[in-house]
Design a protein around this ligand. Structure first.
Ligand code: SAM
Length: 415
């Protein structure tokens, strides 16, 4: 086992759930995670090269670190460990050309001004001690840590190192960054596709990827999205090497999905076959698709979340919208139960309306359970309970602070 740390995304509990589901579902041996701030430290039975490969499959992970040393005490101990010899041998990726390095601190509690000052001086000292023999540059930032963009633009990973100093109370983990999230590729998938659908709202690709990882397991071969919209879930499933099927009540949406998937297959050179045969017009409350009714298929979907709202509605108005949506959601689950009884997992977004009297939820969990779909608990209750990113009933919340319709994410298992 080797120790790794992961920097979690903007919705840390959801990102942690994605990571743990991924490790469990892919049967990767690991120990219990230690979680603090936005960092999770975990031992995994994989080499750093293998762990680096996982980054592109995890929408909720911003950076992956390999931990080289652990110690307890004060930040100043770093000086004894990071000698020029150790840096050259264990941290810097190469020393024949210019070495670029930076230091990022992830700390709970926050570092003091004196600690940060000391660390900056320490980094300048490293440079001073090595500069006669090596061409070396220290990439400095005014904050405590470098962004993924800074790491990438300064080529820290392949020309030197982003040294990561991670503190949890008195425990320190000293390591280096293995990978940062490929923000350019997500943005390309989000913004460059030929047929976007701003009207129905676009699911962020990272969230689509997280939902797929929360829902799939090792035997999953196919993702089916019966509310495919412009095809974002299916795009991300295709990127993960899964077979994709979609349907939507709107012919326009089906056209958009096909054009977006064909574009992505071409761009990423994915052998996707005849996409047009796997995306069709269908009502998710009535459709039947025999070939998809298998335990190898999982459903991942963001159904219609209701009308776009300009102002927070009063509670009765919010309830009227939710009553309408209840018909669609229950119709979808009833149809699943009737026509897709062998599909065992369903990852789905529920709408939550920010009314003037607080958040209003879609109250269908009991009916969904009576159809045999029970909620899969992904993280231990102690983690879930104290997190603001989780709804009172345990769904993962995903939203921006100003959003009037929030997303609540559940994974259901068919008993
Ligand atoms: C929020 S959008 C889905 C967005 C999609 N996840 C994406 O990222 O592009 C909801 C979609 O549900 C479709 N829809 C609404 N009612 C439906 C129904 N009864 N059956 C199938 N699709 C439906 C709409 O046409 C719309 O494309």
């Amino acid at each position: 086992m080797q120790t790794y740390a992961f920097l979690l995304g903007t919705h840390p509990t959801l990102s942690l759930a994605e990571l743990m589901s991924f490790l469990i579902n892919q049967k990767i041996t690991h120990n219990d995670p230690v979680l603090f701030d936005s960092i999770v430290v975990i031992e995994i039975k994989k080499t750093p090269e293998e762990v680096a490969q996982l980054q592109s499959e995890l929408g909720g992970i911003i950076k992956t670190f390999s931990i080289i040393k652990q110690f307890s005490g004060k930040i100043f101990e770093v000086e004894k460990i990071l000698t020029p010899e150790i840096l050259l041998k264990q941290f810097f990726a190469q020393k024949n050309q210019k070495i670029n390095f930076g230091i990022s601190v992830y700390s709970d509690p926050d570092p003091t001004y004196a600690e940060l000052n000391w660390l900056t001086n320490f980094a300048h000292n490293i440079k001073r001690r090595l500069k006669d023999e090596y061409s070396i540059r220290y990439v400095e930032d005014r904050g405590w840590h470098l962004s993924s963009v800074q790491v990438e633009r300064n080529r820290l990973i392949d020309t030197g190192a982003e040294i990561a100093l991670i503190r949890n109370g008195h425990d320190f983990y000293l390591g280096k960054t293995l990978t940062v999230q490929d923000y350019k590729s997500y943005s390309e998938r989000d913004w460059d596709k030929p047929s976007p659908d701003a009207k129905s709202g676009m699911l962020p690709p990272k969230l689509a990827q997280m939902m797929i990882n929360l829902t799939r397991d090792k035997r999953t071969k196919t993702i089916y999205d019966p509310f495919c919209g412009s095809g974002i879930v299916l795009q991300e499933a295709m990127m993960l090497g899964l077979k994709v099927y979609g349907s939507d009540i709107s012919p326009e949406a089906v056209k958009n999905t096909i054009s977006n998937l064909e574009w992505l297959a071409k761009l990423k050179k994915i052998a996707a076959g005849k996409i047009g045969l796997r995306v069709k017009v269908a009502d998710a409350t009535q459709n039947d698709w025999k070939t998809l009714d298998s335990p190898d298929t999982v459903i991942v979907a963001e159904p219609y979340l209701g009308p776009a709202l300009r102002m927070a509605p009063f509670a009765p108005q919010a309830q009227t919208i939710l009553n309408e949506l209840t018909k669609l959601y229950l119709g979808f689950f009833r149809n699943l139960n009737q026509h897709f009884p062998h599909i065992k997992r369903v990852g789905v977004v529920f709408p939550v309306i920010r009314s003037r009297d607080g958040l209003k939820y879609l109250n269908i969990l009991d009916e969904v359970a009576s159809l045999g779909y029970t909620r899969k608990l992904i993280l231990p209750a102690e983690i879930i309970k104290k997190d603001a990113g989780v709804s009172p009933r345990g769904g993962f919340l995903y939203s921006r602070p100003d959003q009037l319709v929030l997303r609540e994410i559940f994974v259901f298992e068919k008993q």
